[in-house]
Design a protein around this ligand. Sequence first.
Ligand code: UDX
Length: 434
Amino acid sequence: MSVIGCGYLGAVHAAAMASLGHEVVGVDADPAKAAALAAGTAPFYEPGLDELLAAGIGSGRLRFSTDVADAAGSAVHFLAVGTPQLAGASAADLRFVREALTGLLPHLREGDVVAGKSTVPVGTAAELAPAIEQRGATLVWNPEFLREGWAVHDTLHPDRLVVGAGDDEAGRRAVRRLREAYADPIAEGSPFLVTNRETAELVKGAANAFLATKISFINAMAEIAEASGADVTLLADALGHDERIGRRFLGAGIGFGGGCLPKDIRAFAARAEELGKGEAVGFLREVDAINLRRRAEAVRLVVESFGGSVVGRRITMLGAAFKPYSDDVRDSPALDVATRLRGLGAKVTVTDPQAIGNARIAHPQLKYEQDRDRAIRRADALVLVTEWDLYRRELSPEHASTLTTGRIVVDGRNCLDGGAWRAAGWTYRGLGRP
Ligand code: UDX
């Protein structure tokens, strides 16, 4: 197998496929990335990935290359390149998908399967297929649903496998080949769904749109709670007991970020408009707007905690990554809040156990301190923006009180025990909580 594109998705996929017993070559145009992976070190933080890489390389089944010609001879080629948001527009930028395919085409043989994993607008496969079919190969779409921070687990034990293929002999043969590729997770019970290519493309966008909507729904309830004196976290607990609703993804706070949800809902809406069905997903603009309002609300709450101005105040941001167990800072709500507070005149220090390297590149103007306790020292306020265990479970208010005389804590993820912090003499504020 070959895996073209070795970022957050492709690197994990390549290592996981090798651990399932396949012979895999990962191809990435970035020499530094390919070299790091070949040495068994992931160029980003993903729990369990280094071990999986080392095992794969050690077994002789996993290698990495910068040359797409090394993909030649593979029976299945997974396309796992990024589809970022187009600069200045909502739509997805498919440049990397097209480039990867153009590079791969001359190396395809009769009977090869190309399996698209990247998140693409519905209709992309139909557009790419003819060039692949001209080479006697077959294109299927096989979206990836992994969560960063859980990527190894999600790839080895997927909650479902979806393969979109043409309804002809070539399509059926390609589906059989993917069934073989995923034989282990299927034997373990992962449902294997066969659809047409359009449905498979749509599943990914729809799943992310649903998740984003769920988060923005509870954040909209947080706005109502703020205006009425209700507590959104208890509201979410009560709602979550209804099995039809469920408690997961009802975490109110500063909202969603990362390399997927924000750009995927925008691309989804942009594609719907192209299809003349913009109205059908008009609510996604609201979902986006609610999400961005929460960042502003977190800033407002911090300013209010200081009585109206943060000028000259020392504020420590606990977290930089868009979520815990990741060093990814793409569209990170944590860094957005940090940047805005700095813009209002606060002296902001950002700490994070994994993401400082990436954060520094994205926002060099911010001040960083790797060590949590040093970052807290002399802070006038703590603002929790990424719910790492280091802050959520392993930082007691008593310990924090020994580090600083500041006594304001703003909980952007509603994950601290507000009662315990108040009992220790802190002013605790959570989003959507009285
Ligand atoms: C998401 C999808 O979950 C995954 O299936 C898809 O393949 C890629 O996009 P990921 O971006 O890794 O995965 O993160 P996810 O765990 O979904 O969280 C996204 C954002 O939502 C984070 O910023 C997180 O902090 C936020 N979030 C999540 C909330 O604000 N509240 C919640 O209750 C849950």
